[in-house]
Design a protein around this ligand. Structure first.
Ligand code: PLP
Length: 334
């Protein structure tokens, strides 16, 4: 089935040079400002939601349901997009209820129903049961819920959204007159980077997608991303590329998923002070630490580097004390 894509964001998102960071790092660096995607405080989930919610509406749903961590950017983007479309939204969030800050504050503001499940990780079976219970409760209230599970049933369509987005990047690069060798992307579930690698392969671009993992080891993330890209291509009716231009770097996860690392905090401060651009410590800060680290190690191919700013700004406020402690002149010089 070809889902109907609906309009949520403002496209194209800005594509801009990062001149002071480029001068400091000795390499031409550009930012793709997906943080400015223009709906529900932006980020890389808006393009995916244009497709996923298009499918939900095509199936006659009037409610959406998903699960993630308490500070999920995806849940916030879903809650805001659902509000915009007049859909009910239920979020099943992992862990004991934390303070209502950052994304969690926005979830509530956008009117989502929030349920907490105390479980260890995203693969815990109690989550599936909690989702089923939330879906039953929506049905009992007369709703027709559509389940979005990014690392599950929704993965191929979410990756397809980013494969299509590669065409926008291609147009950006042509307009700027550059031929980037590397596109650096923060990878959680890896769907964004997998989709981009698929899209760039379809366009026969020489650019390599460098997925900086914020959660999973490369030996688990890599095969999953390749399989999702293949399923996205099959679903879209495209030829499956024999090779994906994809490199996975899992050396910047630091103390753990969503826990700021020293390097990610230093990268957040550095980019804020050199370009006036705010990153977040859990995703884009770690991806930028990976970009800087790869340049220092000399492992990036010659040519301009594009950094996908995938959003996540509310997470900066949820980690306010840690970020404030890092924002000292000493860290800025690091
Ligand atoms: C701000 C931000 N950047 C990057 C990612 C990673 O995207 P993906 O899960 O498609 O790898 C996420 C995922 O939640 C995110 O919130």
């Amino acid at each position: 089935m070809t889902p109907r894509r609906i309009a949520l964001g403002c496209w194209p998102t800005p594509f801009e040079p990062a001149p002071r960071l480029s001068a400091a790092l000795g390499r031409e660096i550009w930012f793709k400002r997906e943080d400015l995607a223009g709906a529900a405080l932006g980020g890389n989930k808006i393009r995916q939601l244009e497709w996923l919610l298009g499918e939900a509406l095509a199936e006659g749903a009037d409610a959406v349901l998903t699960t993630a961590g308490a500070q999920s950017n995806f849940c916030r983007a879903l809650a805001g997009s659902a509000a915009k479309l007049g859909l009910a939204c239920t979020l099943v969030l992992r862990g004991p209820p934390p303070p209502r800050q950052g994304n969690l504050l926005l979830d509530a503001l956008f009117g989502a129903e929030i349920r907490f499940v105390e479980c260890a990780d995203p693969w815990d079976p109690s989550l599936a049961a909690a989702l089923e219970e939330a879906a039953s409760s929506l049905r009992a209230r007369g709703h027709r819920p559509y389940l979005i599970h990014l690392p599950g049933v929704s993965a191929p369509l979410a990756a397809q959204a980013w494969a299509v987005a590669a065409e926008e990047l291609d147009a950006d690069w042509r307009a700027a007159g550059i031929d980037p060798a590397t596109l650096v992307v923060a990878a959680g579930s890896g769907l964004t980077a997998a989709g981009l690698a698929l899209g760039l392969a379809r366009l026969a671009r020489r650019c390599q997608v460098r997925a900086v993992s914020v959660q999973q080891p490369a030996d688990r993330l890599g095969p999953w991303m390749v399989s999702v890209a293949r399923r996205a291509a099959e679903r879209a009716g495209w030829a499956v590329p024999p090779m994906l231009p994809l490199v996975i770097d899992d050396s910047w996860i630091g103390p753990g998923y969503a826990i700021p690392s020293e390097e990610s905090l230093a990268a957040v401060v550095r980019v804020a002070r050199s370009e006036g651009v705010a990153l977040d410590p859990a995703y884009t800060g770690k991806a930028m630490a990976g970009l800087i680290g790869a340049l220092h190690e000399g492992v990036l191919p010659e040519g301009p580097v594009v950094f996908l700013h995938s959003g996540g700004l509310p997470g900066l406020f949820a980690a306010a004390d840690t970020v404030a402690a890092a924002a000292t002149p000493e860290v800025a010089q690091a």
